[in-house]
Design a protein around this ligand. Structure first.
Ligand code: ATP
Length: 319
């Protein structure tokens, strides 16, 4: 392997820049040439490919988002579109591709690998929802943003004896919601993995009010229920003022935390070393504090993310 490409795909996540930087700098350090592909698979298909040098990744480690840009490009599911993409890679004599993104991006990387072009996946998403790793780049930054938001809501909720629902990202993974609930001291946590019973939630909120609680913060994962409707319902049942706050894309912006920068640096460097050892079609991850790698096809098709029951129990017992 002499030349590698790197792209970021799917939802952007803080720390992606640090991962690109690590891929570029480790690649150069080990004697490779590194090419950046702009705007994910869309840019790969449109041949937006440029050589990167040391300076291309100066001053990016501290920046959120991704300087290479990212894209949703559903056309990449079509074989003919991927064939064009492989042609572009070959035109630039690129031998392997590092894909930084979420599970959708991994699917694209898996398909390219199956078509004979070796890819390596680095988990970059705030959702922490990728199999084969206990950590995804961006999670810690997003978690800190959500906890900060809960702290602020708590101040104003307590002053006004208000009930606050905070809608938190994560797609269908409750890790961000559970982490934020524990760190932010939320009274209730609702996540997709555990199902949702509105009547039960209402009864618990009422029980809290009866015990004299001044406020209630409900940490609610996205895609579970309509939080504005729920706020109206809680208000009508409890007569307490209730507000829903959808944090939305605020959770994805901002300066990456040290943890995300370190993790991105480790994963980026590890991915390049794997490629040089001749390992293609892999995805990297963190398990028991160590870097690991798995077959990307096996990872997507067969591996399951373990549910963090301990964290869930904690969010339940400490409220
Ligand atoms: P996040 O979890 O942050 O949303 P993601 O990587 O899961 O990130 P997606 O939009 O699901 O985001 O996927 C990113 C891109 O990967 C898609 O826009 C598409 O280009 C490609 N992709 C997704 N699924 C497939 C598939 N089945 N085959 C080929 N390419 C795919």
């Amino acid at each position: 392997i002499k030349r590698i490409g790197v792209l970021t795909s799917g939802g952007d996540a803080p720390g992606m820049n640090a991962a690109i930087r690590a891929v570029v700098r480790e690649g150069l350090h080990l004697g490779l040439e590194v090419y950046g592909i702009y705007d994910g698979y869309a840019g790969l298909h449109a041949d937006r490919i440029e050589k990167l040098d040391r300076k291309s990744v100066s001053d990016v480690i501290n920046r959120g988002g991704t300087f290479l840009g990212s894209a949703r490009f559903p056309e990449f599911k079509e074989q003919s579109v991927r064939e064009e993409a492989i042609k572009n890679l070959k035109k630039h004599d690129i031998d392997a591709l590092v894909v930084i993104g979420g599970d959708g991006s991994y699917m694209g990387a898996m398909k390219l690998t199956e078509m004979g072009f070796p890819c390596i996946g680095i988990p970059g998403t705030i959702d922490n929802d990728i199999p084969g790793t206990t950590y995804t780049i961006g999670f810690d930054t997003a978690l800190n943003i959500v906890v900060d938001a809960i702290d602020r809501l708590r101040d104003t909720s307590t002053s006004h004896q208000r009930i606050s629902i905070v809608e938190i990202m994560g797609r269908y993974c409750g890790d961000l919601t559970m982490g934020a609930a524990v760190a932010g001291g939320a009274e209730f946590v609702v996540i997709p993995e555990k199902g949702y019973d509105e009547a039960d939630l209402l009864a618990q909120i009422q029980a809290g009010i009866d015990k004299g609680k001044k406020h209630a913060i409900i940490a609610m994962c996205e895609h579970v229920t309509d939080v504005n409707q729920l706020a109206k319902h809680i208000e009508s049942v409890t007569t307490r003022e209730t507000r829903a706050t959808v944090l939305g894309h605020l959770q994805r912006g901002g300066t990456p935390t040290a943890r995300d920068r370190i993790m991105a640096s480790r994963m980026g460097s590890y991915a390049v070393k794997l490629l040089l050892e001749g390992e293609g079609g892999r995805c990297v991850g963190l398990m028991n504090s160590k870097m690991v790698h798995h077959d990307i096809i096996d990872c997507i098709n067969n591996m399951k993310r373990p549910f963090n029951q301990e964290l869930f129990d904690l969010s339940d017992s400490l409220f």
